[in-house]
Design a protein. Structure first.
Length: 346
């Protein structure tokens, strides 16, 4: 009588031991993000957080989720995986702060066909760095090994963050005609528009590791520059009590995102000559022959977040931002009407 060979989960392509080893490796990184309110460490079925211990009296919770988009493709292709975790955190926490909520904790979802512990560790260490920049605790996550769903070295990331604010502190509030638009510079393309970026690079005939045509080093270095995390300067602006609104400039660019912070009947006018763009945007626009309108609704064009303040309070808001290593610049004002209009040119 012939006995069938026994099968294991590892035979099916899932290595539970590798997953356990990854958890042990990243525990120090997660521990380094601990903040007031965290009640336990990694390894449980869920993460607990004490809002009272975090200093809230009558809190309202705010949540956000996002990914890195096809910027991840460049990171995988080049093997430079240490910064996409920062992007993942940034895309979530920068949205939360625009509601007036201080990000408190973060969880990640890492899905792959075959778990490479070293590469996964690089990614999650980047997530921990992003959490430290945002004063946000990395309280857990999920590593899913799914053979047959992802090919080769491919993987995907998603992030989830929860923040809180005191009841009644929601942004935006009291935005009015004549208010000042304050631009917070971006560090680069951030994490939006990369399907077009990749198409532009392909049409240019360059590869990721070719010399960069607009800066030092290789092209991938500039394309993988991580998204700026604006939480600490935004909190400083909130603490003045004079901030009216924030807009995170992500997919849809300046044209689509700023109106999300405006009430009906109000629009905005932006002076495109008010700030100096990073060379990467000039290169992308020129290489693709992008019309100005298309560029402004695809890329942040050098402004990663916009703060709105009354004309009499703008200097105080700019001073609070500047104290957090941000170089704010006045870029326009609130007008009657709707949408965003522009003066100057890219």
């Amino acid at each position: 009588m012939t006995m069938k060979n026994s099968l294991t989960y590892a035979d099916a392509g899932v290595d539970i031991d590798a997953g356990n080893e990854l958890v042990e490796r990243i525990k120090p990184a997660a521990k380094s993000t601990k903040r007031a309110g965290v009640m336990d460490g990694l390894g449980g079925f869920g993460a607990m957080f004490d809002l009272k211990a975090a200093g809230f009296n009558d809190p309202v919770l705010v949540s956000a989720t996002d990914g890195v988009g096809t910027k991840l493709r460049i990171a995988i292709d080049t093997g430079h995986l240490d910064t996409v975790g920062i992007d993942l955190v940034a895309m979530c926490v920068n949205d939360l702060i625009c509601q007036g909520a201080v990000p408190l904790f973060f969880l990640d979802y890492f899905a792959t066909g075959k778990l490479d512990i070293d590469k996964a560790t690089d990614v999650i260490n980047g997530i921990a760095e992003g959490c430290r920049q945002a004063n946000t605790a990395l309280v857990g996550g999920e590593t899913a090994e799914m053979p047959g769903m992802y090919e080769g070295e491919d993987f995907d990331l998603a992030g989830f963050s929860v923040g809180a604010m005191e009841r009644g502190a929601t942004l935006p509030r009291d935005v009015a005609e004549g208010d000042v638009l304050i631009g917070l510079p971006s560090t680069g393309v951030h994490s939006n528009g990369y399907s077009l970026v990749r198409k532009i690079v392909e049409s240019s005939g360059l590869s990721w590791n070719d010399d960069c045509p607009f800066g030092d080093g290789v092209l991938a270095k500039h394309l993988l520059e991580p998204t700026k995390i604006y939480v600490k300067p935004a909190v400083a602006a909130l603490e003045t009590g004079k901030l009216k609104a924030l807009a995170h400039i992500t997919g849809g660019g300046l044209t689509e995102n700023l109106p999300r912070a405006l009430p009906d009947g109000l629009g905005a006018q932006i002076d495109l000559n008010a700030w100096q763009r990073l060379p990467i945007f000039d290169w992308l626009i020129a290489q693709a022959g992008l019309e100005q309108g298309e560029a402004l609704k695809t890329f942040n064009c050098g402004i990663g977040m916009i703060a709105i303040a009354g004309a009499d309070d703008a200097d105080d808001i700019m001073a609070a931002l500047a104290n957090q290593d941000i170089a704010p610049v006045r870029i326009g004002q609130i007008t009657t009407g709707s949408g965003v209009t522009y003066t100057g040119a890219l």
